[in-house]
Write a protein that binds this ligand. Structure first.
Ligand code: CA
Length: 422
């Protein structure tokens, strides 16, 4: 009896070993299977990823080609043979779109199973995408190009990142006009301008009062105190260009008057009869572009903020600005200053305003001379022209978006930003 115990124990421990072995084996088998499955999924994913990269690359080549050559396409003429022209240049329409509007062009979506353009193919092969078959059959790519001024041209809105002493010699006039346009009481203008200049400039020296404090201590100290007072996580001023207008909500005076970033009541705490309604200043601002405004593209609101369109002697009075801006908007929509239809036979460039003398004519000479240096008549062109490019590649339910900013240097596109999502 006493001898059987060790044997039982041995048998028992052998059984435990077997059970363990089976358990370990089955875990291994299961994990192999899972891994194998993951591997396949990963392969498909990787393959698709590479395919998407090729689509994006195709989009990039297209964007660069249209940007680089759109200024040289022939203008529309009544007796043109469009089929022949398209045979010579498949992207003629898109280039014209960008050239004539001076604003934007959309290419595609191009389904990549049709015959691929020769120029595109050769450009792609120089980038290591060897054959048509690599792109064929699957997926599509859409390219949007938006001209935002720069070079000799103008953008649709004021670039806030230039509206400070080092960025634009006229920053103060433009800021004043924007604040007048929005309806901000004159006494408060300096709060917004000072707070913005401090947020944007690279030093920590506070410009002055923001309306809710003295100017003792630096910018950093001010935001530290402000956040601590409100029991928030402390943040610092950007001291550089902002990537998004939403960031303005962090600045002292905008925290106090958020209506200026949405449009609405400026001072909700005041009695109803003293409340002031303001416009949303982000309608006339952007974070990218040059210093000039494209006269053929800008909204009435933006036009009304241009010094010379808004009276420089009496910027508070919007009457002139309203009349001049409306005359420009009317002309662009085909109505001349006397209220008649624009005679398109007479106008070489249709309703596009091509130069200063035309602009004076259509505004009945009411526009002030100082407006000249704020205005461009085309989108960005030549060296320094700026473009926003969005490339959307789609394939097998996957979508890949690239947002890029490019400028022209020595006639070639150079990327300032390239952001892939995700
Ligand atoms: Ca600063």
């Amino acid at each position: 009896m006493t001898r059987r115990r060790p044997a039982d124990a041995r048998r028992g421990s052998a059984l435990v070993m077997v059970i363990w072995t089976i358990a370990v084996l089955s875990i291994m088998v299961v994990s192999f299977a899972v891994e194998a499955k993951l591997q396949t999924a990963a392969n498909v994913y990787m393959r698709e990823r590479v395919h998407m990269d090729h689509l994006v690359e195709a989009g990039r080549v297209l964007a660069e080609m249209v940007i680089a050559t759109h200024q040289s396409v022939p203008d529309y003429s009544e007796d043109e043979d469009i089929d022949k022209l398209l045979e010579d240049d498949r992207w003629l329409q898109e280039k014209r779109q960008l050239k004539q509007t001076g604003s934007s062009a959309t290419i595609g979506p191009i389904v990549v199973d049709e015959k691929i353009d020769e120029t595109l193919l050769s450009s792609l092969s120089s980038r290591g995408i060897s054959s048509e078959s690599e792109l064929e059959g699957r997926g599509s790519v859409t390219v949007q190009i938006e001209s935002v001024g720069g070079g000799d041209g103008g953008g649709p809105k004021f670039n806030i990142n230039n509206l400070y002493p080092k960025g634009n010699p006229h920053y103060a006039e433009i800021w004043e006009n924007i604040l007048y346009w929005a309806g901000v009481p004159e006494d408060d203008h300096a709060y917004f301008m000072n707070a913005w200049i401090d947020w944007r400039d690279d030093d920590d020296v506070k410009m002055g009062d923001y309306g809710d404090n003295s100017n003792e201590g630096g910018e950093k100290q001010y935001y530290e105190d402000l956040c601590e007072e409100n029991e928030e996580e402390v943040y610092k001023p950007r001291n550089g260009p902002i990537p998004d207008l939403k960031e303005l909500a962090k600045l002292g005076p905008f925290r106090e008057h958020p209506g200026l970033l949405t449009g609405g009541v400026y001072n909700p705490e005041a009695k109803e009869e003293d409340q002031i309604v303001v416009s949303n200043i982000t309608e006339v601002l952007t974070v990218f572009g040059g210093d000039k405004i494209n006269i053929n593209l800008a909204s009435k609101e933006v036009l009304m903020c241009i010094p010379g369109i808004r009276s420089t002697d009496d910027p508070e009075d919007p009457e002139d600005a309203d009349l001049i801006s409306q005359a420009i908007i009317d002309w662009r929509s085909g109505i001349d200053k006397d209220g008649n239809a624009v005679d398109l036979e007479e106008e070489e460039t249709g309703t596009l305003i091509k130069d200063w003398s035309k602009l004076k004519e259509i505004t009945s000479d009411e526009i002030g001379n100082e407006a000249q240096e704020y205005i461009g008549y085309t989108g960005g062109q030549g060296d320094g022209a700026l473009y926003r490019i969005t490339i959307t590649a789609e394939s097998m339910g996957m979508k890949h978006v690239v947002k890029a900013k490019a400028t022209i240097k020595e006639s070639r596109p150079v990327y300032l930003e390239w952001a892939e999502d995700p």
